[in-house]
Design a protein around this ligand. Structure first.
Ligand SMILES: Cc1cc2nc3c(=O)[nH]c(=O)nc-3n(C[C@H](O)[C@H](O)[C@H](O)COP(=O)(O)O)c2cc1C
Length: 195
């Protein structure tokens, strides 16, 4: 008789990027995280606690990117250690907050850090987004959604989409009943397969 092999548990990593703590986007993400797939673990990091220095583009010089250290190392290990990466990104000027953009800029370095397997290891992880906006027109978040969707596509990551809510002052997203309803099923739906 062959023993059944249980599928490995999924590991969700949530990266918070609001410039304030306990904001709407974290609130919405935590609501969604109450409904992770069975057996899934969750790990939360806040970019407020893990500031990164300005990113340097040395791609075309003689220097090479070295192994990440300090806060960069924490983020690098968390990024590679999860099966599902959740960018918790309030809408700032129609895009992701600067801290989230800086974190993504570092991926350009990580693609080149020896042994150079970042791209290969990212493929197969699912990228998800959670966002809150203060505009009543959800299409205002299209640039943010596009940034995440195309980033997933570039790294051949399945894309889970963006859970979008409405709110401005902290806590206001709790009045967005439709967003809270979507949060219940958000992490249970199948992501769009990588292109
Ligand atoms: C720097 C900054 C830029 C913002 N830009 C937008 C924007 O372009 N469109 C929008 O609808 N709301 C914008 N907002 C409002 C936030 O998206 C809104 O307050 C949201 O609830 C903040 O999420 P948080 O509570 O998780 O920090 C902006 C807020 C800040 C601080």
């Amino acid at each position: 008789m062959t023993a059944a092999i249980a599928p490995a548990a999924r590991r969700f990593c949530f990266i918070l990027s609001s410039a304030r703590r306990n904001g709407n986007t974290e609130t919405l993400a935590r609501k969604a995280a109450e409904h992770l797939p069975p057996g899934a673990t969750q790990h939360w990091l806040d970019l407020i606690d893990l500031p990164l220095p300005p990113f340097q583009d040395i791609r075309h010089g003689s220097a090479v990117y070295t192994q990440p250290q300090g806060n960069e190392r924490v983020l690098f290990d968390a990024t590679l250690g999860c099966t599902d990466l959740v960018l918790v990104v309030p809408l700032y000027w129609y895009s992701v907050p600067a801290s989230a953009k800086l974190y993504l800029d570092y991926w350009s370095a990580w693609l080149r850090v020896p042994p150079g397997d970042f791209r290969q290891r990212m493929a197969g992880k699912t990228l998800w987004g959670v966002s809150v906006i203060s505009d009543e027109d959800p299409r205002r978040a299209d640039p943010l959604v596009g940034t995440l969707a195309i980033t997933a596509d570039y790294l051949k990551m399945p894309f889970g989409g963006v859970l979008l809510g409405y709110g401005n002052k902290p806590g206001e997203v709790l009045a967005d009943a439709a967003a809270l309803e979507r949060a219940r099923g958000f992490f249970r739906h199948a992501p769009r397969a990588a292109a």
